[in-house]
Design a binder for this molecule. Structure first.
Ligand code: ACO
Ligand code: ZN
Length: 462
């Protein structure tokens, strides 16, 4: 449907002409007046109304959501370009005719600010890059098994199929959309951020109920309660290798505790976007951080780590459960991962790509850890300036050299002076650093870590 404005036929102002791939301003749920540019990923009819699954072009996918048509500004639609095979032009295409009778007229809808940015170069570039790197791996749903074992799904020839570790994910529409409405984990109800291949019969339900200790999933609270009468775990499986106050770490071997590891990966995928689930957890160790109270050891977060990494990765995936986020636990997990590397006598780095929040957390951890070393270096003699080399910083922190260098550069601490690079820290940086460190109330205490690294290369098989 088109509208007559000023006597001339103008932009199509109708939801009926919208198709997947259209871009238009959409009112964000989290904000009153923001109408960022968004792309329609999918559309469906629900009780006589259309719903649109939209992605805000400049924002992280965790904000993607189903919206009703009153939140769309259809006056500013960019239609998807027709591809060459369709025989169309490369320009903006003409809108389709309105089809569904349920579409309402758009005229009563509120409108977005007129000067919103219509085309976003970064997003286009990012999408192109994403397409280039995406691998053609199909993500299939896990099997649901009423009790006892939830084994790895098998493919048609009976070999264990993907689950467990994660790689850069594919770009198809199904895995681009959140599929789980809600999970209940212990006392928390959590709204997932991304797709995770839970069994189809569970994803259509309003909530998936997960045992907070063994991480098995159930379709109703009743089923979970039945499970809890049989499940006697009150902590993750594996060895408790660290405890200080109420914080513990459990080490889990992805081969020995395959079911737990796979269920952990399924759960983690709900909050990890840039990775695809793999069903082979055997080559990984999982470090689960818990908080203890009189009911048990509650999972706060975890990281996974390859038993052997050819690229010096000391973390594969890292997650703080959303109810615990922004309280310093992410940095505690990171600190623990470097503590393990120190015990191994190696430097390490997180697996790339990092998510937006992953990068923020690592940058902040690296900056604080390196500054802490720098402000505490003592001069070797009177009238001497304190000296430390980058290699020494790496040895003291187990942070990989390139991360040390990029951190010093980001902090703008490296200067070229009289023919050599020197690090200069001003008073303000020191004061800010001191304030930031005061906020880091919980720290890893190496004395509480009881762990000997294994040399996995010497083992015939993990
Ligand atoms: N917005 C802005 N800043 C944030 C946010 C946020 N939502 N979340 C964390 N930060 C900042 C904090 O301000 C803090 O920096 P500061 O101390 O300099 O202020 C820093 O990040 C770390 O904060 P923590 O509270 O220690 O971290 P948290 O417990 O929230 O965990 C984590 C961080 C693990 C990245 C968490 O956000 C998460 O689980 N995200 C989803 C999964 C993910 O993206 N994981 C990383 C993927 S990369 C990889 O796996 C190798
Ligand atoms: Zn259980």
């Amino acid at each position: 449907m088109t509208e007559e404005i000023d006597g001339r036929e103008t932009i199509c102002d109708s939801v009926g002409s919208l198709v997947e791939g259209c871009r238009l301003p959409v009112k964000m749920r989290s904000s009153e007046d923001d109408w960022p540019l968004a792309e329609i990923i999918s559309m469906r009819e629900c009780k006589g109304h259309m719903l649109y699954y939209i992605h805000y072009v400049d924002y992280n996918k965790r904000l993607d959501e189903w919206v009703t048509e009153d939140r769309l500004d259809t006056r500013k639609v960019q239609f998807p370009r027709r591809d060459a095979s369709g025989g169309g032009t490369t320009g903006v295409s003409t809108p389709k005719k309105q089809t569904a009778a349920t579409h309402q007229n758009a005229s009563s809808r509120p409108s977005s600010p007129v000067n919103s940015e219509m085309v976003n170069g970064n997003a286009v570039l990012a999408a192109a890059l994403q397409k280039k790197i995406s691998r053609k791996r199909k993500v299939t749903s896990a099997s649901v098994d009423e009790d006892s074992q939830q084994e790895a799904p098998k493919d048609s020839v009976g070999t264990p199929r993907l689950t467990g570790s994660m790689v850069t994910h594919s770009n198809d529409v199904v895995t681009r959309m959140k599929n789980v409405e809600m999970i209940e984990l212990g006392v928390n109800r959590i709204r997932p951020w991304y797709f995770s291949p839970y069994p189809q019969e569970l994803v259509n339900l309003p909530c998936i109920y997960i045992c907070e200790f063994c991480l098995k999933y159930r379709k109703s609270r009743k089923c979970l309660e039945r499970h809890l009468t049989k499940c006697n775990l009150r902590h993750p499986p594996g060895n408790e290798i660290y405890r200080k106050d109420s914080i513990s770490f459990f080490e889990i071997d992805g081969r020995k505790n395959r079911v737990y590891a796979q269920n952990l990966c399924l759960l983690a995928k709900l909050f990890l976007d840039h990775k695809t689930l793999f069903y082979d957890t055997d080559p990984f160790l999982f470090y689960i951080m818990t908080d203890l109270d009189d009911r048990g050891f509650h999972i706060v977060g975890y990281f996974s780590k390859e038993k052997e990494s050819s690229q010096d990765y000391n973390v594969a995936c890292i997650l703080t459960m959303p109810p615990y986020q922004r309280k310093g636990y992410g940095k505690l997990l990171i600190e623990f991962s470097y503590e393990l590397s120190k015990f191994e006598g190696k430097t390490g780095s997180p697996e790339k790509p990092l998510s937006d929040l992953g990068l923020l957390s690592y940058r902040s951890y690296w900056a604080q850890t390196i500054l802490d070393i720098l402000v505490n270096v003592k001069p070797t003699g009177e009238n001497e300036k304190p000296q430390i080399t980058i290699n020494e910083i790496c040895e003291l922190t187990s942070i990989k050299k390139e991360d040390v260098i990029s951190t010093l550069q980001n902090l703008n601490l490296i200067n070229y002076y009289k023919g050599q690079y020197i690090i200069t820290i001003n008073h303000e940086t020191v004061t800010n650093h001191m304030k930031a460190m005061e906020k880091r109330k919980i720290r890893i205490d190496p004395k509480c870590l009881h762990w000997t690294p294994k040399d996995w290369s010497k083992r015939a098989k993990w």
